[in-house]
Design a protein around this ligand. Structure first.
Ligand code: AMP
Ligand code: TRP
Length: 333
């Protein structure tokens, strides 16, 4: 049986290799399987949980759509839409926030990381962010949610919210309890400057990530400057245990080449990092440059991107408003 897929990406700029390998590459494979119904959402309501410059946000929304298309998602097979245009998301998030418990949200590690030491100054939206994410997923009866490893806890919360609602309102299976789809290997791509930190859009140093809009020189330069250690390339998986940078770079190589980690290790075993880096840069250029070129081309035709968002909006809005109507009835509105 086919799966009902839902996933979202925040339009906060700098979409990078982590987003691609952790999530978008998986979206494309799911989209290519004709049995699946896929919905991919540009989650701009999530983006504003930290202040976004309005002009930049508008542009980043288009850039995210362009990235979906350039990576190979087919808008005729999948719904691509923008979260803020479908009012049901915010409204459902409110209703679900009356079902979710403070105790559950207090455990969310992403909030703790993002809010930092001074939680009093974090926005309420940043705190309740996973409830909105649950609304996104549950409105479409998604059965599977492809995400990177960092979203696993949010998905568990979504499952708890679905079950609690079904229980409280005595409606078995009204909300489908979704399964996460997280790659078994390489589901967390790390910074090129620190193998213990996640590759991230918000990291100040651009050298820490490969952006999907980077050109060839950017990629060559970033790989040349990527942090390594002073030992030769490892010969066994065990050796990677405390060599975070080597592990990450080999993981990226494996993921892009489709080779197992074992095969990649044996290909470079005992060699210098510089030799490995040449091959890594080459495969990155091969895979990323066509995407980068296509993103830039698509961004020159905003009318086309707008048309895709508008088609997606109609389809998504039909599904979501229908579900919201049923939620209203159940709740007693
Ligand atoms: P975001 O940019 O936070 O909207 O993330 C979009 C998708 O990319 C989510 O499914 C994330 O889990 C995934 N993702 C973000 N950063 C990474 C990373 N460094 N490694 C793997 N997946 C990631
Ligand atoms: N929180 C996700 C992230 O930062 C983005 C997101 C929002 C999402 N709504 C979603 C992912 C629904 C999957 C399903 O990456």
């Amino acid at each position: 049986m086919g799966k009902k897929i839902f996933s979202g990406v925040q339009p906060t700029g700098n979409l990078h290799l982590g987003n691609y390998l952790g999530a978008i590459k998986n979206f494309v494979e799911l989209n290519n399987d004709d049995k699946n119904e896929c919905i991919f959402c540009v989650v701009d309501l999530h983006a504003i949980t930290v202040y976004q410059n309005p002009e930049l946000l508008r542009n980043n929304i288009y850039e995210t759509v362009a990235t979906f298309l350039a990576s190979g998602i087919n808008h005729k097979k999948s719904i691509i839409f923008n979260q803020s245009r479908v009012g049901a998301h915010s409204e459902t998030a409110w209703i679900l926030s009356c079902v979710a418990r403070m105790g559950w949200l207090n455990r969310m590690t992403q909030f703790k990381e993002k809010a930092g030491k001074d939680k009093e100054k974090a926005s309420i939206g940043l705190y309740s962010y996973p409830v909105l994410m649950a609304a996104d997923i549950l409105l479409y009866d998604a059965t599977h949610v492809p995400v990177g490893d960092d979203q696993k806890q949010h998905l568990e919360l979504c499952r708890d919210i679905a079950q609690r609602f079904n229980n409280d309102y005595k409606v078995e299976n009204f909300f489908k309890v979704p399964e996460p789809l997280i790659q078994k290997q390489f589901s967390r791509i790390m910074s090129l400057k620190d193998g213990l930190k996640k590759m991230s859009k918000s990291e100040p140093s651009d050298l820490s990530r490969i952006n999907l809009t980077d050109n060839k020189d950017d990629i060559l330069n970033k790989i040349k400057k990527a942090k390594t250690d002073s030992l030769p390339m490892p010969s066994t998986i065990e050796e990677l245990e405390d060599r975070a940078e080597a592990k990450n770079l080999l993981g990226i190589y494996s993921s892009l080449s489709g080779l197992t980690l074992e095969k990649s290790i044996s290909e470079f075993s005992g060699k210098n990092f510089s030799e490995f880096k040449n091959d890594l840069a080459e495969i990155l250029v091969d895979k990323i440059i066509p995407i980068s070129v296509e993103i830039k081309k698509l961004l020159e035709d905003k009318k086309y991107l707008e048309q895709i968002l508008s088609e997606g909006h109609k389809k998504a809005n039909d599904i979501a408003s229908n579900k919201l109507k049923k939620i209203h009835e159940l709740v007693g509105f």
